[in-house]
Design a protein around this ligand. Structure first.
Ligand code: ADP
Ligand code: MG
Length: 395
């Protein structure tokens, strides 16, 4: 299921804003993470997949050296001479309205990555429309970055592969926006495939397409967005990152990725209990990602449920980033017949995912909605995500 009307919205916005026809539309998806949480910045493993919700961009080149962006989020266009991007990012980024830093930051990072002087490429007009829910843990940010990257790279004739496009998106997010994120989201959005996940080694950036087989097994992946905002989690996130760095330093390794489960006994002796439990989450989560990849190929998706459940328990008890809404979502999903469920994303709110037989999705939806009401929580948003193709020019 793609979102043709979102491409249409991008085209309509383009015509309305610029009074001209775009030369085409490009798009990139959001993503969900099947397993591998808080492992990315520890140089470890993740297993995300691209989803069917996409951000589309309509584009046309223009005769001067100006880049202009407009979005359905904010109808007023932002325009900047391409030759000014180097001066704006990262130091003067506050002069650019926040949402526009994503596409303009990608333009800046692409020119830098390809060593292209700004006066050697044509100006461009861009118009964005998105079907990716914002702030639901599905990475609308990677979607707008990815759509911008494929559209500009093609129009400017840049010789950059998909990993380089993902890296430009991450650089935009880190330096032009100022959000300290890893590269998982951009890699998933760039490399996604239908009914498959992307196994990513966050140290080497090696990737492998891993068949999920949800279709053949009759399984659906359900997202339960608790609507609990994780905007206050900055402190918690930074604190977890610091604990991981501390743990690695105590163990004398560059990153927690370099520890195995056999090292945990020594870790327990060397560090305080809280740091140890943060370390144990990351070390065991890396192992769960590897085990998930193995089980998917050897036994199929119905076999991975226990690993999802163990991942949740580890985040709840060791990493301590769950909240009552997420625990309720996971427990209720399992009671309603899910073969596995866990919170996903940074924590302190956001969404949980549940893997469940297609004919039980309605039962799960009703059960979770009722459990949230009974606990006095806000009504959750519950929907199915389908592993889908990555960034591309639209047909
Ligand atoms: P998410 O979890 O959805 O990635 P982020 O805070 O990382 O949440 O990114 C969301 C931000 O990305 C929005 O607040 C907005 O600034 C920007 N963004 C995403 N999609 C669009 C779009 N289609 N148009 C304009 N801005 C967008
Ligand atoms: Mg994001």
């Amino acid at each position: 299921m793609t979102t043709p009307d979102t491409a249409g919205s991008a085209r309509d916005l383009f015509r309305r804003s610029y009074g001209a026809e775009p030369v085409g539309t490009w798009s990139a998806p959001g993503r969900a993470n099947l397993i591998g949480e808080h492992t990315d910045y520890n140089d470890g493993f993740v297993l995300p997949f691209a989803i069917q919700h996409r951000t589309h961009v309509a584009l046309a080149p223009r005769g001067d050296g100006i880049i202009r962006v407009v979005s359905t989020f904010d109808d007023s266009a932002v325009e900047v001479p391409l030759s000014d991007l180097d001066a704006l990012f990262p130091t003067r980024r506050d002069e650019v309205v926040e949402w526009a830093r994503y596409p303009l930051g990608v333009a800046w990072a692409l020119l830098a990555a390809s060593g292209t002087p700004a006066d050697e490429v044509a100006g461009v007009d861009l118009a964005f429309a998105s079907g990716v829910p914002v702030g639901a843990g599905l990475s609308s940010s990677a979607a707008i970055e990815g759509a911008t990257a494929v559209a500009l790279a093609e129009n400017w004739g840049l010789e950059l592969d998909r990993v380089a496009l993902a890296q430009a998106g991450r650089r935009a997010e880190n330096e032009a926006v100022g959000a300290p994120t890893g590269i998982m989201d951009q890699m998933a959005s760039m490399l996604g495939r239908a009914d498959a996940a992307i196994f990513l080694d966050c140290r080497s950036l090696d990737t492998r397409v891993v068949d999920l087989g949800f279709e053949a097994a009759g399984l659906d992946l359900v997202v339960i967005d608790t609507r609990v905002s994780h905007s206050h989690s900055t402190g918690g996130y930074g604190d977890r990152r610091a604990a991981c760095e501390r743990g690695a330093a105590i163990m004398g390794v560059p990153a927690l990725r370099d520890l195995s489960v056999a090292d945990l006994a020594r870790a327990a002796e060397l560090m305080d209990d809280v740091t140890f439990r943060r370390v144990r989450h990351v070390v065991t989560e890396d192992q769960r990602v590897l085990a998930t990849v193995r089980l998917l190929s050897e036994e199929g998706p119905a076999a991975i449920g226990d690993l999802l459940v163990a991942s949740h328990a580890s985040m709840r008890d060791d990493f301590e980033i769950s909240v009552p809404e997420l625990d309720t979502a996971v427990d209720t999903a399992l009671a309603a017949g899910a073969i596995g469920a866990r919170m996903t994303g940074g924590g302190f709110g956001g969404a949980a995912i549940a893997l469940i037989a297609r004919d039980r999705v309605e039962r799960l939806t009703d059960a979770v909605t009722a459990a949230f009401a009974a606990s006095g929580f806000a009504r959750p948003s519950i929907f199915t995500v389908t592993p889908s193709a990555g960034a591309a020019r639209d047909a």
